[in-house]
Write a protein that binds this ligand. Structure first.
Ligand SMILES: Nc1ncnc2c1ncn2[C@@H]1O[C@H](COP(=O)(O)OP(=O)(O)OP(=O)(O)O)[C@@H](O)[C@H]1O
Ligand SMILES: [Mg+2]
Length: 397
């Protein structure tokens, strides 16, 4: 804990009460506070995801949540941060319930004094720390990877790359992989994977406070080889109808379920730009022609302006005629991107038997997963598999 300055997030819709809290904290001797404020739950969660707060103070009556809904959402999105409830209701039952489901304390606004508020915040931080210490023995899984697929322009193969890369990640890692369609104009993941769902990510986004594991199992559908898919059904809505803070909420929730999430982002837009900070990797897809390279340069420029680091970008130069594959490697140098993959023109569908583009996208998945690429199963000549393994041993001996 920072003894010198406690960083507090207050989620409260009444500006008058925010001033009261600020005044109370200013009266605490020998302790300074960095008090930040959000007027509702969703912007509060966004702020919490960015900052490193010591403690959250949250009201039970907010424009986008009521009662202890906000507490449950906070617990899910930021389990390590202590939460203190501020309520206009002096209710013993509500206070008990709040503590049962993870609040560190419940304060009645009507009787709050500076000293009481400060002690509650301090104790909340200490208690949370000791609980986290007890839970430390539980092993933590590997960090979640969220991979965005972004087309430099329409029709360059963004959905194709997203689908193949997801399938390869599933095959090579054996982990749960979710492929979610966020391209509001294309909505073609469902078509390409033949996944049929009555729900889309918009249903989850519109019903945030019901979003839990069992609700999610109804929303997501099965794709080929146990890939989990969240398609968008046509006709899709316009981006203006979607609140990006709601999509970010769903993404944060999904991090608790999937070690791998692949997003078909379509083109760069206000919505996709607002999701960039959630991505661990970005696959930027383009083709090998002048117009596409020019568009790609613009996207690269805008990504840099938005502070997205180029080391997290892999350029996919797609649909390259076989004879140009070597020359196409130069495109990444021209654009100043270090990591790139060239994908030749070839059969690109997921169900077209031996896919012409699968080997390159398998290499991409192996690189993302930090794995030596698993060779595809030797179906027809199993003796050759043994032969090549022996050969490898001889070479490395
Ligand atoms: N490497 C490739 N070789 C041959 N055809 C390809 C290749 N990659 C993609 N295609 C084909 O190009 C077409 C467009 O692909 P896709 O739908 O993935 O592009 P997109 O960028 O997602 O398009 P949109 O802007 O409409 O969302 C599809 O018919 C796909 O099969
Ligand atoms: Mg597409």
């Amino acid at each position: 804990m920072r003894e010198s300055c406690l960083k507090v997030l207050l989620i409260e819709s009444d500006p008058g009460y925010i001033d009261q809290v600020r005044e109370m904290l200013s009266k605490v001797p020998g302790q300074s506070f960095d008090l930040q404020w959000s007027e509702a739950l969703l912007p509060g969660l966004d702020r919490l995801a960015k900052g490193d707060f010591d403690v959250v103070l949250v009201d039970t009556s907010l424009p986008d949540s009521h009662g202890l809904d906000a507490l449950e959402a906070l617990r899910m999105h930021a389990p390590a941060v202590p939460i203190v409830i501020l309520s206009g209701l002096d209710s013993e039952a509500l206070a008990l319930r709040a503590v049962q489901i993870g609040a560190q304390d419940y304060l009645f606004k009507g009787k709050l004094e500076p000293d009481h508020l400060y002690r509650s915040l301090r104790y909340a931080i200490v208690r949370q720390k000791s609980q986290a210490g007890c839970a430390k023995t539980e092993s933590q899984g590997p960090p979640v990877r969220i991979i965005g697929c972004l087309g430099a322009k329409g029709g360059v193969g963004t959905t194709t790359v997203a689908c193949h890369a997801s399938l390869e990640l599933k095959r090579q890692t054996g982990h749960r992989v979710l492929l979610a369609d966020l391209d509001m104009s294309g909505a073609s993941v469902g078509f390409m994977t033949r996944a049929k769902s009555t729900y889309t990510i918009l249903d989850a986004a519109n019903d945030l406070l019901r979003l839990d594991q069992s609700f999610w199992e109804k929303v997501v559908c099965n794709g080929p080889r146990e890939l989990e898919i969240l398609p968008l059904a046509a006709p899709v809505c316009s981006e203006e109808q979607i609140r990006s803070d709601r999509i970010r909420y769903v993404l944060r929730f999904l991090r608790s379920i999937y070690p791998w999430i692949v997003l078909d982002l379509g083109r760069l837009s206000p919505l996709t730009a607002s999701l960039l900070s959630h991505l661990t990797d970005l696959l930027l897809i383009t083709t090998y022609d002048l117009a596409a390279v020019r568009d790609t340069r613009q996207v690269v420029h805008r990504l840099a302006e938005m502070g997205f680091e180029s080391r997290r970008v892999t350029l996919i130069v797609n649909q390259v005629p076989k004879m140009d594959c070597v020359a196409a490697l130069e495109v990444s140098k021209v654009l100043g991107i270090q990591s790139s993959i060239v994908v030749p023109e070839g059969t690109a569908g997921l169900f077209e038997g031996k896919s012409g583009i699968r080997p390159q996208l398998a290499r991409l998945a192996a690189r993302l997963a930090g794995l030596e690429q698993k060779p595809a199963a030797w179906k027809y000549f199993p003796f050759l598999a043994g032969f090549s393994a022996k050969n490898r041993q001889l070479k490395t001996a």
